[in-house]
Design a protein around this ligand. Structure first.
Ligand code: SF4
Length: 269
């Protein structure tokens, strides 16, 4: 008897989350902003949000020290909201993309001014805050507040594109990935589910040489055993990059270099 796609889908929906969470309960990464699975503690939305903002375009290893210093110096969103802009910028130095630091401050101040110092718990209200886009709103809603939000970061994209053998190139594939993921989110542990997929993508379903043999999703992964597995998710064709040549110029006067701070928005803001 042949197995229909709908049968596979039903099987996937049935125990995908259970298998993933069993693996997560045993193998979750220990991260300073995270509550271990099964812990009696409740996640602190401030720490979840701060980590998510820091992790945008930055690795976990690079963020750990910054996260420790920030939370020691500004332990709550109210402390951060009251911080001096220059102190926060200096503490951020080295993490890059300074627009994120400016948005961090603007968001902390909005949480204090508009929400009494407590992060709102819905994706919609979170998305209305400065610097919080779709991904951060979903991850904070799921991880900090247990909302059944669909969280899709680069690790999750890779796991789902492989598991469901999605051949559509990114970014178009995002819609298919979300549609595949949405019915799988367990209402009782949406935050752990998102973090489990992130961990699986970071440690097992890695961009190169995924460790399929020990993957909890192996049984119904449609990409398993394929020699071209690393091709997934399919990237968009690369645009030819223009070559530009230039020189740096500066003005010196009285043994000082004149500098101008660029506008906060736009190129190299
Ligand atoms: S079986 Fe392999 S390709 Fe499929 S999700 Fe697991 S690690 Fe990724």
């Amino acid at each position: 008897m042949s197995v229909q796609t709908s049968d596979i889908d039903e099987g996937i929906a049935g125990d995908f989350a259970a298998r993933l969470l069993r693996w997560y309960d045993a193998s979750a990464r220990v991260l300073p902003w995270r509550i271990a699975p099964g812990s009696a503690s409740v996640p602190d939305p401030y720490r979840v949000w701060l980590a998510e903002v820091m992790l945008q375009q930055t690795t976990v290893a690079a963020v750990a020290g910054y996260f420790a210093r920030f939370t020691e110096r500004w332990p709550t969103v109210a402390h951060l909201a009251a911080a001096d802009d220059a102190d926060v910028m200096a503490a951020w130095a080295g993490l890059g993309y300074y627009a994120r630091a400016r948005n961090l401050l603007a968001c902390a101040r909005a949480v204090v001014a508009e929400h009494g110092g407590c992060f709102p718990d819905s994706e919609t209200a979170l998305r209305a805050l400065p610097g919080i886009g779709d991904y951060t709103a979903a991850s904070v809603a799921a991880i900090a507040f247990g909302q059944p939000a669909v969280v899709v970061d680069a690790n999750i994209e890779r796991v789902m594109a492989r598991h469901r053998l999605i051949e559509t190139p990114l970014p178009l594939a995002k819609r298919e990935i979300r549609a595949a993921l949405a019915p799988l989110v367990p209402p009782d542990r949406p935050g752990d589910f998102a973090q489990a997929l992130m961990d699986l993508g970071a440690t097992i379903c890695t961009p190169r040489s995924p460790a399929c043999a020990i993957c909890p999703l192996l049984a119904d992964c449609r990409a398993r055993g394929r020699p071209d597995i690393e091709r997934l998710p399919v990237k968009p064709p690369k645009k030819a990059k223009p070559h530009r040549h230039g020189l740096a110029h500066w003005i010196e006067r009285d043994a000082q270099i004149w500098l101008v701070r660029r506008p906060g928005k736009g190129m190299l803001g």
